[in-house]
Unconditional design. Structure first.
Length: 326
C-alpha cells in the first residue's frame, strides 16, 4: 500500500512513523519546509494534561500522554540522547486548580504553586529529529516539495492531509469552522544575577526550559488578528512579559535572543482536532492547535490502524465533524 502524507509536523511525522511499522506500507512524506518547518517547530514542548486557562483535564489525557511518551522514547533511542526534560511542570493557577489533585498527578506545593508530576518539557527540535531518524530507518521518504492539488498524488493508494492551517487549500468548506491563531515565542538568556528557573512553569503565559542551561522560552501569544505571519519581537515582548512576570518577576531583565512565530489551527468552539476520512482513500488530520504535542501520538496511532484496515469507523466520533465517507 502506497501512502502519501502531506505535512511533516508532529501529526504527519508521527503518522508516518506508525504506518511504517506495517510491512505492507510504503510511506512518502511531503512538506516544502521539511521536518517541523511549520507550527510544530515553533512549539516549546510543554506536555501535560491540563492545557488552557481553565486548567481542565483534557479528554483522553492519560492515553494521549502515554502515546506521546512512547514516541519520545523512540526518538531518544534513535538519537541516543534525551529529547525531553522529565520531572514535572509547575502551574501558577488559582484555587480552582485544586480539583485536579484528585487525578493523582497534581500536588500543591508550599509556595502555593502546583506541581503537575506527569508534565514533561519536550525539546521539539531534538524530538522531531529523533523521530524522523527512526522513521527514515523504517523506510519513510521525505519529499521537500509543495503539493498544489490532491491530483498530484493520484499514484498513491491512500492520501493523508496533515498540513495544519494549509489544509484549507484542499478542504475549504470542511474547515470553514476552524480558525488560525498566530503564536509567538521569545527565547531569552538568564543573566548570572537572576534566579534560576528550576522547572518549566505555566500560568497565563509560561516560561519553559530549553536544552541549554540558562536559556528559556517565554510564550506564547494567541493572536486572532494579525497582518503578517512573521515574528514581531516588540509585540511579543509587550504581550508576554506582563503575564510571565506573575510567575517569574525578573522576566524583564532576561536578555531576549530571538522571536519565533507559527500559526496554529483550531476548531472555533472547542479544542477537539479533526480526524476523519473525507472520501475513499483520502483522510484529514488537522486542527490540533496548542494540544498538538499532547494528542498527536494517540491520534496518529488510531488513524494508522483505520487506514491499514480501511475502517473509518475506528476513528473516535468526537473528532469528526461530518459522517463517514461511503
Amino acid at each position: 500500500m502506497k501512502i502519501a502524507i502531506m505535512g511533516a509536523g508532529f501529526a504527519g511525522l508521527a503518522l508516518s512513523w506508525h504506518l511504517s511499522s506495517f510491512p505492507s506500507c510504503s510511506v512518502d512524506l511531503f512538506d516544502s519546509k521539511g521536518i517541523g518547518g511549520g507550527a510544530s517547530g515553533v512549539s516549546t514542548g510543554l506536555l501535560h494534561p491540563y492545557p488552557g486557562e481553565q486548567g481542565r483535564r483534557t479528554y483522553l489525557a492519560e492515553e494521549a500522554l502515554a502515546a506521546t511518551t512512547h514516541l519520545l522514547l523512540a526518538a531518544e533511542k534513535a538519537l541516543k540522547e534525551p529529547v525531553a526534560t522529565y520531572g514535572g511542570i509547575y502551574a501558577c493557577k488559582d484555587e480552582t486548580f485544586k480539583k485536579n489533585i484528585a487525578f493523582g498527578d497534581v500536588e500543591l506545593m508550599d509556595d502555593g504553586k502546583f506541581l503537575i508530576t506527569s508534565g514533561i518539557t519536550v525539546h521539539p527540535e531534538k524530538y522531531l529529529e529523533g523521530l524522523w531518524q527512526d522513521a527514515m530507518k523504517k523506510g519513510v521518504t521525505l519529499h521537500k516539495q509543495k503539493i498544489n492539488e490532491l491530483e498530484d498524488l493520484k499514484a498513491y493508494d491512500q492520501i493523508v492531509v496533515a498540513a495544519g492551517h494549509l489544509s484549507t487549500v484542499f478542504f475549504p468548506e470542511i474547515l470553514a469552522n476552524f480558525q488560525k491563531l498566530k503564536g509567538q515565542v521569545l527565547t531569552a538568556l538568564r543573566p548570572a544575577n537572576l534566579p534560576e528557573v528550576k522547572k518549566s512553569t505555566i500560568g497565563k503565559g509560561y516560561i519553559a526550559l530549553s536544552l541549554k542551561k540558562d536559556i528559556y522560552n517565554v510564550g506564547a501569544t494567541y493572536e486572532r488578528e494579525y497582518l503578517s505571519e512573521d515574528p514581531d519581537l516588540e509585540f511579543a515582548r509587550q504581550d508576554l512579559f506582563p503575564k510571565v512576570a506573575k510567575m517569574y518577576p525578573e522576566v524583564d531583565s532576561l536578555d531576549v535572543i530571538s522571536c519565533r512565530a507559527g500559526v496554529r489551527f483550531v476548531r472555533r468552539r472547542h479544542y477537539y482536532p479533526l480526524l476523519a476520512q473525507v472520501k475513499k482513500g483520502i483522510w484529514l488530520f488537522t486542527g490540533l492547535g496548542s494540544r498538538g504535542l499532547l494528542y498527536h501520538g494517540l491520534l496518529s496511532k488510531i488513524l494508522s490502524e483505520a487506514i491499514i484496515q480501511d475502517k473509518p469507523e475506528l476513528l473516535p466520533r468526537e473528532f469528526s465533524i461530518f459522517p463517514f465517507a461511503k
